[in-house]
Write a protein that binds this ligand. Structure first.
Ligand code: PHE
Length: 371
């Protein structure tokens, strides 16, 4: 009888030990709110990566990863709340997130203060990783992205008079507008209008009327897809037929749903193209399509890559200690879907950009620009 009880106790102990060995990692993205397609893609990418690592036996010592995913709703205050929850209640050892720079800038100081390493898949604002030594990202930064956009407008589209309309309540769109302007001026172009609009606006006609009075030959719109769709429509209604250029925030299947024909003659800088023939890309596109029934956009790809970078660092650290994972992240050297990743001294990877053209309602790959 005693023997049975002993064996039973051992079995219970063993199961709880196994359960305790699971490694908890937080995931964050805007699954609802102003740019919900961003969050859905991000969640898909992280979950697919975790499934693959678990199928291969977990991160280290057969310890599987468990993703606890939270919705930041595209809102900085909500972002701060979910970062705190993940760290204090769920005891995650690392965070993959979040997407929008303005929300990541609210979450990163919390991760940093708690010594929890994090990697944003897609936040491109320069200030994000400057928050501290626990903060990494898997994408290029906006000084590069804005430069690529300006070079494209000046050299390829032959534009000489540019105008831009950006969201004054969004670090990403404001920063990118400034980065574009700096490079366009450097090339010898003129910036004939530099207009902000309030966050949450849906009527841009007042700003657009003012902008168009200055006769720009290109309109730079560094916003998220929902605003871009409306701005494009209203600009066309006001008679602007010239090209529009933007950044990665255009990347959503909903851009065309909102903007329709108005987004034709539109171009944007992005992180990756699904048409890239490299085997690592095509294999990922196939797997993702089979699982989620859609082509992965840049958000899905970078989330998948960010998860790989984090899991690889935890594996190499062989530990769940924050400082050990942080140190392992520093020496990352990994081929992921969106390219080869090593980090510079500001914890940014150096990566190329692609230019995408909106043609007949489709994203068409145009070119790759190396840093
Ligand atoms: N780069 C954007 C930001 O920093 C987020 C984003 C990335 C949106 C990629 C779409 C595609 O806010």
């Amino acid at each position: 009888m005693r023997k049975v009880a002993f064996v039973l106790a051992l079995a219970i102990l063993a199961t709880s030990l196994v359960a305790a060995q699971e490694i908890r990692v937080g995931g964050v993205g805007p699954v609802t709110g102003e740019a919900a397609t961003f969050g859905i893609s991000t969640k898909n990418g992280i979950m697919l990566a975790a499934e693959e690592w678990n199928a291969r036996g977990g991160l280290f010592n057969n310890r599987r990863v468990r993703i606890i995913f939270e919705d930041d709703k595209g809102d900085p205050a909500e972002g701060a709340t979910v970062y705190t929850k993940l760290i204090q209640q769920d005891n995650v050892v690392a965070i993959i997130g979040t997407v929008m720079s303005k929300v990541t800038l609210a979450g990163a100081p919390i991760a940093q203060a708690n010594g929890i390493p994090m990697i944003s898949p897609t936040s491109t604002n320069e200030r994000v990783t400057l928050v501290g030594d626990y903060i990494y990202r898997a994408c290029f930064i906006d000084p590069f992205q804005g430069t690529v956009g300006a070079n494209f407008a000046f050299n390829e589209l032959k534009a000489r008079n540019a105008a831009t309309l950006f969201d004054i309540g969004n670090d990403y769109t404001k920063g990118l507008a400034e980065n574009f302007r700096a490079q366009f001026l450097k090339l010898g172009g003129k910036v004939v209008a530099f207009e902000g609009h309030p966050a949450g606006a849906t009527d841009f006609k007042a700003q657009l009327t003012k902008i168009l009075a200055n006769k720009p030959d290109v309109l730079y719109v560094p916003n998220y897809y929902n605003d871009v769709g409306l701005i494009a429509k209203q600009a066309r209604e006001l008679g602007f037929n010239g090209p529009m250029v933007g950044g990665d925030g255009w990347d959503s299947p909903d851009l065309v749903k909102i903007g329709g024909k108005a987004v034709e003659n539109g171009f944007f800088t992005n992180h990756y193209a699904a048409a890239d023939p490299r085997p690592i890309v095509q294999e990922f596109v196939k797997k993702y399509k089979a699982k989620f029934g859609a082509e992965p956009d840049a958000l899905a790809t970078l989330a998948y890559d960010a998860a790989y970078i984090m899991f690889d660092a935890i594996r190499r650290a062989g530990s769940t200690r924050g400082s050990a994972i942080r140190d392992a992240l520093k020496t990352t050297n990994l081929d992921v879907v969106s390219g080869k990743v090593t980090f510079d001294s500001n914890r940014n990877p150096i990566k190329s950009a692609v230019i995408i053209e909106m043609k007949n309602g489709q994203q068409v790959y145009r070119s790759t620009v190396n840093p």
